[in-house]
Write a protein that binds this ligand. Structure first.
Ligand code: AMP
Length: 620
């Protein structure tokens, strides 16, 4: 059975041992942080090793010997080894190569669309990494940092993502967590986390919150509604290439505009880079001083805060324009906002605070460190999930994921583990063969990607589907898990109304040790599971291509020469034999070759069929 993706919504709450530490992680574009809730003070704290910063640069460096460094040590290599120093990987999460190709010049490293899918890969030497793997390196570093400081194992986390992240980007973030050996209990929105850090969920009334987030390289505005402790995103806007860096560049331009030897700087990349770093320093200085005086290689760097503000006013205007668009989308006026929250290091600039205050007509929340506020909120959410916040009711949850088998013997999860019960989810599937009148529905429980590694709960057959070409029937499968933990699975073909249902008790016969073991296995096998899933999906795609090509060979036999038929037949044969070797790369290449060779003919055939159809229409 093949899957037609639709969104499912379901809340999730964890069942964990009391007092277990669950961390909150802000996995950022430029910096990442890890936080936890201190049991004594009951306050969230960002973790830093002695004498170091809480911020970990989201940068991964691969040494010549193939070792991996993350954070500050990696940052040192941005200039001397740009092709092996990977930054901004968050911008690539869940993206296809085609989507990010126009940005290639922004990255100092190589991108490609290799192996098994359309998704983008990063090339380092002769190896390819996915954004998920690179994010996992950063998460691993944060995890071990927390373990060193807290001196206990850390296995569970809440991770934040931007409110505008789609399902693929959220799933990629989850996968990165799993690969790093973390069980991701929840993915929450960054603005929601920031609001939690300020305790804005505690107010009894319905309120609207604006979160203004100006980081190093990105700007986001989110409008949230909070009612009864539940956050809803009303609108988001932003600019993925507008942040503190632009203020640094504006300052550099200002200095150079007064200098006679600007060309010298423009011709020297390293000097320019150093000047930019100097500009960042001066920008930060001007947040607490009115005037800066100094020079750099003979260049006069004297600048007043007023000059700086004048030179960067247009950048602030751009952010306010984004705020206006978000308000328009939500149908709100500035005076309807109850709280404004500042996030991101660049909001420390006094002019940002002033502009935001003037715009909304109220003072923003800015008492917490704007770099840390998202991670702090994530730690609060983590603590709620750990069951430590007594004023929050913990509901019953399902301890293991529930799903069905799809093409390639893969597990397709409908109700993720930790979903609060009662809950329901449905998704639409279709047939994989022409004229298929039956669909076997196998229900599984577990966290592994291949169904054979999970526990089979039930199986039934939906019969009497009207014969149609593959992919046309729409079979809606609904899982309903009631408060007693009984699962009802219902399958319904939407065109014919054919329907069938069964009931199972998922937890029946499972001890809590067995459940723990199933969870531990899924973490231990995360990497190979991911590889297996990719391979299976590639094989399924290749099988579909073989079937459609064979159909095409029959339909297009008058269009093709003997030579062309032989070539296509040979390519299909090669592809089929590659399937037996389970080599995802080779299957990909052969599929691409076959597609490239056959698609012009397929187009011709389609045009002919279309023309013939139009001819018939014309004759009365
Ligand atoms: P983030 O990505 O949220 O850590 O934001 C980092 C950005 O904030 C960088 O562009 C920093 O230069 C900037 N930043 C940090 N502290 C200050 C400050 N005191 N004044 C102005 N900008 C700052």
């Amino acid at each position: 059975m093949a899957r037609i993706p639709i969104d499912i919504k379901s809340g999730s709450l964890a069942s964990v041992a009391p007092n277990e530490t669950i961390v909150g992680i802000d996995l950022g574009t430029t910096h990442s942080l890890i936080a936890y809730l201190d049991a004594q003070t009951r306050k969230p704290v960002c973790l830093a090793e002695h004498g170091q910063r809480t911020l970990v640069p989201s940068i991964v460096y691969f040494t010549d010997e193939g070792a991996i460094q993350v954070g500050d040590p990696a940052r040192l290599h941005l200039i001397d080894a740009p092709e092996r120093t990977i930054y901004s990987v968050k911008r690539l999460m869940g993206k296809s190569f085609r989507e990010v190709q126009p940005l290639e010049s922004y990255f100092g490293y190589r991108l490609s669309a290799q192996e098994g899918s359309e998704l983008v890969r990063i090339r380092v030497g002769d190896r390819y990494y996915t954004p998920i793997e690179l994010s996992a390196f950063i998460l691993q570093e944060l995890k071990s940092r927390a373990e060193r400081i807290l001196n206990r194992p850390v296995r569970k986390a809440v991770i934040t993502v931007p409110a505008y992240f789609n399902d693929a980007q959220r799933q990629a973030t989850r996968d990165a967590g799993k690969l790093a050996g973390l069980e991701v209990l929840r993915i929450i929105n960054e603005p929601t986390a920031a609001a939690l850090a300020y305790g804005l969920d505690k107010n009894p009334d319905d309120e609207i919150i604006a979160v203004y987030d100006l980081g190093g390289g990105t700007f986001d505005i989110s409008l949230l509604r909070i009612s009864n402790g539940i956050f809803e995103v009303l609108a988001t806007h932003g600019d993925t290439f507008l942040g503190g860096d632009d203020f640094d560049r504006a300052l550099v331009d200002f200095w150079l505009s007064r200098s006679a030897d600007k060309q010298e700087y423009h011709n020297n990349r390293r000097l320019m880079q150093e000047l930019r770093l100097k500009a960042e320093e001066v920008k930060i200085f001007l947040s607490s001083h009115e005037h800066y005086q100094g020079s750099f290689h003979g260049l006069d760097l004297t600048v007043s805060r007023a000059d700086f503000e004048q030179e960067t006013r247009h950048l602030i205007e751009r952010t306010l324009h984004g705020v206006q668009l978000a308000l328009r989308d939500a149908g709100l006026k500035p005076n309807q906002i109850h709280h404004v929250v500042l996030v991101g290091g660049a909001t420390r600039m006094p002019m940002v605070k002033k502009a935001v205050t003037d715009f909304f007509g109220r003072l923003p929340h800015d008492q917490l460190n704007p770099d840390e506020v998202v991670a702090l909120g994530a730690a609060i959410q983590a603590d709620v999930l750990a069951g430590n916040q007594k004023d929050i009711l913990l509901l019953d949850v399902t301890p293991l994921s529930l799903g069905i088998e799809t093409l390639g013997e893969l597990m397709d999860v409908l109700i993720p583990r930790n979903s609060r019960i009662p809950t329901a989810a449905s998704r639409i599937y279709t047939t994989s063969r022409d004229g298929q009148t039956q669909l076997r529905i196998s229900v599984y429980q577990g966290e592994r990607d291949l169904v054979k590694d999970n526990r089979k709960l039930a199986e039934f057959i939906l019969k009497n589907i009207p014969p149609m070409p593959a992919g046309l029937p729409k079979v809606e499968i609904t899982f309903t898990l009631n408060a007693d933990g009984i699962l009802q699975v219902r399958a319904r073909e939407l065109r014919s109304g054919m329907e069938q249902a069964i009931e199972v008790k998922p937890q029946y016969g499972l001890t809590s040790e067995q459940i723990e073991q199933m969870l531990a296995d899924s973490l231990a096998h995360a990497r190979e599971d991911l590889a297996q899933r990719t391979l299976r999906e590639t094989i399924t795609e290749a099988q579909q291509l073989i079937t459609s090509t064979e159909k095409f060979l029959v339909a297009a036999k008058d269009l093709l020469s003997e030579q062309e038929i032989q070539t296509i037949t040979h390519m299909v044969k090669q592809l089929r034999s590659a399937l037996d070797d389970s080599d995802a790369d080779r299957i990909r290449i052969l599929m691409q070759e076959l597609n490239e060779y056959a698609s012009p003919f397929a187009e011709q055939l389609m045009n002919q069929t279309l023309k013939a159809a139009l001819e018939i229409k014309k004759t009365p």
